[in-house]
Design a protein around this ligand. Structure first.
Ligand code: PBG
Length: 322
């Protein structure tokens, strides 16, 4: 008690590093990369200033740049030339993601390639699964396509697959498909508790995955729910997820905290496109100090319990010599 206890003693700047409880390290970061089959030059994403989609022939250079900054992993999103009802171009051997993986692997072993495994970028209607006659998103028929897609990523050389479609049973179906094709050691990073969030708005422009009807509330989680996230994560672990993800990050720090405490699993959090856009917009107006706000945001995600953070600020943060 005061005056014996003085909290300010250890706030002297020379002591602070010694007693700091949470650190942000470049090794905690995963960098999203968009590869677009329809472009020849990098295209800046309107609602994500400073972030680009890359043509196929530039994706390997981007990967090398990420690796040279010390970032251990990237997550790859593909924008195909052609979309159809069933998302066929998600799983062909010569489709965009498969070509991008091979292009990167032919240049470098690093960084780790994680592939976002979903149909919404590949379907003409923009939903994360196949759609029935009354516009309902069909769960079980989607699983088979996800399994096939996972195997095609693995064959192309992906290091980790990350299913993000929130279909029931998707992790189990993907695990079986991978095992049946001798990819037993390929880990699954599951978007386990993914909320139906307005913070994904800019991503839909980035990945060209806006939907033509309805919304994603029949498969993504209701933002008010927390116990349900625990059940979602438990199921994915049972089905074979190796890493689990919470998404978005800052509005769901309580979920990250609960999930890490309860399961002690390798836990990732996705600091999503809308979280990026808000910081960029305020910084561009001169209203906030961007690097400090980014650092504090990512640090808080780690403090809540995340082991790794997927963030569009990965390269910026790496450049600040974390
Ligand atoms: C694909 C997917 C989405 C995001 C990651 N994977 C979009 C969505 O579910 O609508 C969002 C990422 C972001 O906003 O940064 N299902």
């Amino acid at each position: 008690m005061f005056p014996i206890t003085r909290m300010r003693r250890l706030r002297a700047s020379r002591f602070q590093p010694l007693v700091r409880e949470t650190e942000l390290d470049v090794k905690d970061l995963i960098c999203p990369v968009f590869v677009d089959e329809t472009i020849r030059e990098p295209v800046e994403i309107n609602s994500m200033p400073g972030y680009f989609r890359f043509p196929l022939d530039m994706v390997a250079d981007e990967a090398v740049c990420i690796s040279e900054l010390g970032i251990p992993a990237l997550i790859l999103f593909g924008i195909p030339q052609e979309k159809d009802e069933a998302g066929t171009h998600a799983h062909g051997d010569d489709d965009i993601i498969q070509k991008a993986i091979r292009a990167i692997k032919s240049e470098a072993d690093e960084p780790i390639i994680i592939t976002d495994l979903c149909l919404c970028e590949y379907t003409s209607h923009g939903h994360c699964g196949v759609v029935g006659s009354t516009h309902e998103v069909l769960n079980d028929p989607t699983l088979e396509i996800l399994g096939k897609t996972a195997v095609s990523h693995a064959k192309a050389g992906a290091d980790i697959v990350a299913p993000s479609g929130m279909m029931d049973g998707m992790v189990g179906a993907i695990r079986r498909a991978l095992d049946d094709n001798d990819f037993r050691d390929l880990p699954i990073m599951s978007y386990a508790a993914k909320y139906c969030s307005a913070f994904y708005g800019p991503f839909r422009e980035a990945a060209g995955s806006g939907y033509s009807f309805g919304d994603r509330s029949s498969y993504q989680m209701d933002p008010g729910n927390s116990d349900e996230a625990i059940r979602e994560v438990a199921l994915d672990i049972e089905e074979g997820a190796d890493i689990i993800m919470i998404k978005p990050a800052l509005p769901y720090l309580d979920i990250i905290y609960r999930v890490k405490k309860k399961f002690g699993m390798p836990t990732a959090a996705y600091h999503v496109s809308g979280e990026y856009a808000m910081i960029k917009a305020a910084a561009r107006n001169g209203w906030i100090d961007e690097p400090r706000v980014v650092y504090e945001s990512l640090l808080s995600i780690k403090r809540a319990g995340a082991d790794m953070v997927l963030t569009y600020f990965a390269k910026d943060m790496a450049k600040t010599n974390l």
